[in-house]
Design a protein around this ligand. Structure first.
Ligand SMILES: [Zn+2]
Length: 222
């Protein structure tokens, strides 16, 4: 079945064959919507299915040993293989799952360096980060530069991912021009796994952000 806008209220289809709860509220759902108005519940949520993706075919690199929820890890490996086959480069994981405690440190560091307003545009408050779901990954490509920078959108890998990630169940979560809705600047490196049912439905509908697809309030600020 195709996920619909009613999924936020009464999920009519499970996004996976597993027993994971569906919908936009449950932290373990592939469709969970986390933003500055929608913290994880519980705030210190830890996914139960974290794995460390390994790219045995050389299509990607996880040199820092980052973790993802199992379905996201499997899809990421498939996407890396396809990206390499397309001649668009070797995927590199720059960040993935971050625990509540890790986010405490990341948030504190960015706020100390840039002040509250700019720092919080870069780093979510603990419990409000999509990285804590295990479904978000920051991607770059070996030797293409622009790691965690807006210019990643101009690299071969950045262009390929923006155009093709939906086929593997990922969405570019913070698109250009959607800051008033998402609360985040354009982040061409940040991809969120939602499963192919939802990514395909959003692609077909031409809706780029979860808040608009599920008719949830915009979340420009805390
Ligand atoms: Zn990210």
């Amino acid at each position: 079945m195709t996920p619909t806008a009613s999924a936020s209220a009464t999920p009519s289809a499970s996004p996976t064959a597993s027993a994971s709860p569906a919908g936009t509220d449950a932290a373990a759902s592939l469709w969970v919507v986390v933003n500055k108005r929608r913290p994880l519940n519980p705030l210190n949520y830890v996914p139960g299915n974290l794995v460390t993706p390994k790219f045995e075919d050389g299509a990607g690199s996880n040199a820092n040993g980052f973790q993802l929820a199992k379905p996201a890890a499997k899809a990421l490996k498939q996407m890396a293989t396809a990206m390499k086959a397309a001649g668009s480069g070797t995927l590199f994981m720059s960040s993935a799952y971050r625990s509540y405690q890790t986010q405490v440190a990341v948030h504190a560091k960015d706020v100390a360096a840039y002040g509250l307003a700019v720092g919080e545009n870069l780093a979510a408050r603990p419990g409000y980060s999509e990285h804590q779901t295990g479904l978000a990954v920051d991607l770059s490509a070996l030797g293409q530069g622009c790691n965690i920078r807006v210019c990643f959108s101009t690299t071969k890998a950045g262009k390929w991912l923006a155009a093709n990630s939906w086929q593997y169940g990922f969405i570019l979560r913070y698109p250009d021009g959607q800051t008033p809705t998402t609360g985040y600047q354009f982040e061409p490196w940040h991809f969120r796994y939602v499963g192919t049912d939802l990514s395909t439905a959003m692609h077909s509908a031409g809706v780029t952000v979860l808040e608009k697809y599920f008719k949830l309030p915009a979340a420009p600020a805390y």
